[in-house]
Design a protein around this ligand. Structure first.
Ligand code: AMP
Ligand code: ZN
Length: 468
């Protein structure tokens, strides 16, 4: 039985205990990137929330099937390819590859499926046909529209007032505002210079909203557990997905809807015109550590706005350094001979607190707070009577668990070249000291210090950490 977890469901506006449709199996659909540009750190905030969601469910004992689509045909990708005068495929391949590179850099676990919209056009056409048969769709000028007046639940996710909807008015663009809710396009009539498919519906291409409904149902079934995105997806994208899917099937599309709040930069919306627009590549160019970027982006619970600042990034850098130093110290310090200073119960308590934080709608801030408390306890114990062998082993397990969930507490690189070299130098220094060759011992220590490696002689032997 998986561990219990609760979420704030956008659909019901309540904290709910999570239940899966199929015992122990969580099926998740996440709206992926529109591959027309490099992703920015706001997009990455959302992808990291989804990564923590998947990792938490797995650590809690669920089997996860996650689908993340790549939107490779919509108004934006078509415009981008046309501007460069290259094929849509060539254009979107470039940004899809960049997307995978970026999520790998941040340690995002791969989903089970990354469908491309252009590979699911037959399923999209079939969905439109079902909607037509059930009286939810109509044709106009070669395009097909969803008639929102035929779907009484329209507005249930976003809370828009169905009365305010402009009956009969239509919208063709993929993106529009809440106060402009209208019949939206399912299938767009072919236009000169745009890719199009010859379908029974008439030559054309899918609307963006249709794409996610078709891919979600094709890979996860007509009803599944979780659908995620950022708050800007709630209306119209997800509202329309519900209308199309439930209009076609008559069964609930998704049970739990989770939406992350936006990332803002120094308190402002991120915009090229404001000069505060950052991709991951921009931050790497400035030599920021991917692990610190990840830490910062997961450190605020997903339902709260994340204010990205360079001060915050520096603090995140210090935090991941502290985690790394403590883990290294733990590995390199010989076990206490007696009971040591940290009890197994204390470690178990921290683990329980960590899990309880994540089980509470993924409260990552609280989870990180627990890890910092644990690190303080570890350092205090190592400064004092040390930590007994079995407790060290237990600590390693808890930290591995925390790393599996948040991805910010990696174990020290297994016997890296550096570690082997430092271990050799420490042994040589100890031998020199035994032989009372203090000049040689000091030379070794100073040589390491010049490289930012600090040796510490403790009652349990010599350990090292990086300065900082
Ligand atoms: P897009 O590539 O524009 O379709 O966006 C990919 C994902 O990033 C979507 O789920 C968006 O809602 C989300 N997103 C866009 N802007 C932000 C932002 N500033 N903060 C957080 N998430 C965002
Ligand atoms: Zn979507």
């Amino acid at each position: 039985m998986p561990r219990e977890i609760s979420f704030l469901n956008t659909l019901t506006r309540r904290h709910e205990r999570f239940r899966t449709l199929e015992e122990g199996h969580a099926r998740i659909y996440t709206c992926g990137p529109t591959v027309y540009n490099y992703v920015h750190i706001g997009n990455l905030r959302t992808f990291l929330f989804e990564d923590v969601l998947r990792r938490t469910l797995q650590a809690f004992g669920y089997r996860v099937t996650q689908v993340m689509n790549l939107t490779d045909i919509d108004d934006k990708t078509i415009r981008g390819a046309a501007e460069e005068g290259i094929s849509l495929r060539e254009f979107t391949d470039r940004y899809a590859a960049a997307f995978f590179e970026d999520i790998d850099t941040l340690g995002v676990e791969r989903a089970e499926h990354y469908p491309r919209a252009t590979e699911y056009v037959p399923q999209m056409v079939e969905l439109v046909q079902r909607l037509r048969e059930r009286g939810h769709a109509y044709d106009s000028d070669g395009s097909v529209y969803f008639r929102i007046a035929t779907f009484p639940g329209y507005g249930k996710l976003s809370g828009i007032d169905p009365e305010a909807v402009k009956i009969g008015a239509r919208v063709d663009s993929d993106e529009y505002q809440r106060d402009d809710a209208r019949d939206f396009v399912l299938w767009k009539a072919s236009r000169p210079g745009e890719p199009s498919w010859d379908a029974e519906l008439g030559a054309g291409r899918p609307g963006w909203h249709l794409e996610c409904s078709a891919m979600g149902m094709a890979l996860l079934g007509e009803s599944f557990d979780i659908h995620t995105g950022a708050v800007d997806n709630i209306f119209p994208h997800h509202e329309n997905e519900i209308a199309q899917s439930e209009g076609a099937t008559g069964v609930p599309f998704v049970h739990t809807w989770l939406h992350s709040e936006h990332l803002v930069v120094e308190g402002q919306k991120m915009a090229k015109s404001l000069g505060n627009f950052f991709t991951l590549r921009d931050l790497l160019e400035r030599e920021h550590d991917p692990l610190a970027i990840r830490y910062l982006l997961v450190s605020v619970p997903y339902r709260q706005k994340l204010n990205f600042t360079f001060d915050g990034l520096h603090a995140a850098t210090a935090a991941v350094e502290r985690f790394a130093n403590t883990r290294r110290r733990l590995v390199h310090t010989p076990a206490a001979t007696g009971e040591g200073e940290l009890s197994g119960e204390a470690v178990e308590e921290r683990r329980e607190e960590f899990d309880a934080a994540l089980a509470d709608d993924l409260n990552t801030a609280r989870g990180l707070g627990v890890l910092h408390t644990l690190m303080t306890q570890v350092n205090q114990a190592l400064d004092g009577a040390g930590i007994a062998g079995p407790v060290t082993a237990q600590l390693e397990q808890v930290l591995d668990h925390a790393h599996a969930v948040l991805g910010v507490v990696p174990p020290p690189a297994a016997a890296s070249d550096l570690e082997a070299e430092v271990a050799g130098l420490i042994a040589e220094r100890n031998a020199a000291r035994k032989a009372r060759d203090f000049a040689r011992a000091d030379t070794i220590r100073d040589g390491l210090a010049a490289r930012g490696i600090v040796l510490e002689d403790t009652p349990h032997g010599t350990v090292w950490h990086r300065k900082g």
